[in-house]
Design a protein around this ligand. Structure first.
Ligand code: ATP
Ligand code: MEV
Ligand code: MG
Length: 348
């Protein structure tokens, strides 16, 4: 049996624009998805995913995952629920050159679904790691990131960046611009997350931005302006000492850029009334800045505040179902079963 976990993420800056080649800075956070894989003697795949909104279900199917499972649930719902796991299974079979490998898979996750914290990327990254290790293949985190990107790209109809999957596989703060993905040395930022209990459809929201960008030059300019915000923000991060607490000046400047970034995302139509209300609650709670994170439509906002004030303000805001501090996850994908050669090599 192999068990792997991978973290979710918040975007300090740059979601959506990253799909069109602008840079983005997502940061992995200590909320993880854990995938347990047991190889089977046949070619069946059996998935237990208790956190899915279908109230938890169990399916069993054989052969190619293309044919889909035979269960009594509307097909689009199952596809939405199963697409990422299916794609992770396909990637693992391909990496191990074992097209007929079968698995029993259990998914457990502390990352709310569709809420902008990268639940899909974490499940795919942890799933590929656990399933390839179950087949005796040990991929390095960069290769898992690449395969997880291909999985998200496929499920999201060709509309995905490498940002979520790279952050989840590598951990820490990262910078992604097209195919160029790298770690960023950043001080530990005091992230506070507010959750409105909702979710957005990543594919639909990305398609909406794409349509606006094609219709209006000023929408294309807005996407580029988000890229300018990211470039400004990464200059600030590069000047900061990654070993020290972030200074008040740095938090002030980053917060201003986050507020601006949220405004541009709002203009591109991916915010919502409840996300805006959480953003404003965080700002009046004394956050240095606040913005939606991830695809938007509903879900989470991220704010910067080293004190408890923003979290408290969010907790008292109608429509906020959860508010918590999100620590930077310094480790990306990792084995939870003691069988990881990646970690043992580092230890040696
Ligand atoms: N615990 C889980 N078990 C099984 N599948 C999951 C789980 N968590 C997420 N998924 C898969 O990921 C999908 C949600 O991914 P989606 O990209 O829409 O949102 P997200 O990744 O949470 O947010 P964002 O991409 O905006 O950061 C779910 O529909 C499901 O297919
Ligand atoms: C909206 C988006 O930029 C982030 C979703 O977390 C989509 C992507 O990068 O694939
Ligand atoms: Mg996602």
């Amino acid at each position: 049996m192999t068990v792997s976990s991978a973290p979710g993420k918040v975007y300090l800056f740059g979601e959506h624009a990253v799909v069109y080649g602008e840079p983005a800075v997502p940061c992995a956070i200590e909320r993880r998805a854990t995938v347990t894989v047991e190889p089977r003697d046949d070619d069946h795949v059996r998935v237990v995913a208790e956190d899915l909104t279908l109230d938890g279900f169990t399916v069993e199917y054989s052969g190619s995952t293309d044919s889909g499972p035979d269960v009594d649930v509307p097909r689009p719902l199952v596809q939405a629920a199963m697409g990422y796991i299916d794609a992770a299974v396909d990637q693992a079979r391909d990496a191990a050159d074992a097209p007929d490998a079968g698995f029993d898979i259990t998914v457990e996750s502390a990352i709310p679904l569709g809420a902008g914290l990268g639940s899909s990327a974490a499940v795919v990254v942890a799933g590929i790691d656990a399933a390839t290790r179950a087949l005796g293949v040990d991929l390095d985190p960069e290769e898992i990131a690449d395969r997880a990107y291909r999985a998200e790209h496929e499920v999201q109809d060709g509309q995905a960046s490498r940002a979520d999957t790279f952050a989840s596989a590598m951990g820490g703060a990262v910078r992604v611009e097209g195919d160029d993905c790298r770690a960023v040395d950043a001080p530990a930022l005091p992230f506070v997350v507010g959750f409105d209990g909702g979710a957005g459809d990543t594919g639909e929201l990305v398609a909406g931005v794409r349509a606006l960008r094609e219709k209006y030059d000023f929408a294309a300019d807005t996407v580029e302006a988000i890229g300018d915000i990211v470039r400004e923000g990464e200059t600030l991060l590069a000047e900061a000492d990654p070993e020290s607490e972030p200074s008040e000046d740095l938090l002030d400047a980053l917060g201003e850029l986050m507020d601006f970034n949220h405004g541009l995302l709002e203009a591109l139509g991916v915010s919502s009334r409840s996300l805006d209300s959480l953003v404003w609650a965080a700002r009046s709670g004394d956050a240095y800045g606040a913005k939606l994170t991830g695809a938007g439509g509903g879900g989470c906002i991220v704010a910067l505040d080293p004190t408890d004030e923003t979290q408290t303000a969010l907790q008292y805001t109608p429509g906020c179902v959860d508010a918590f501090r999100a620590e930077l996850a310094t480790t990306g994908v990792r084995a939870e079963d003691g069988n990881d050669t990646k970690t043992s090599e580092e230890d040696a």
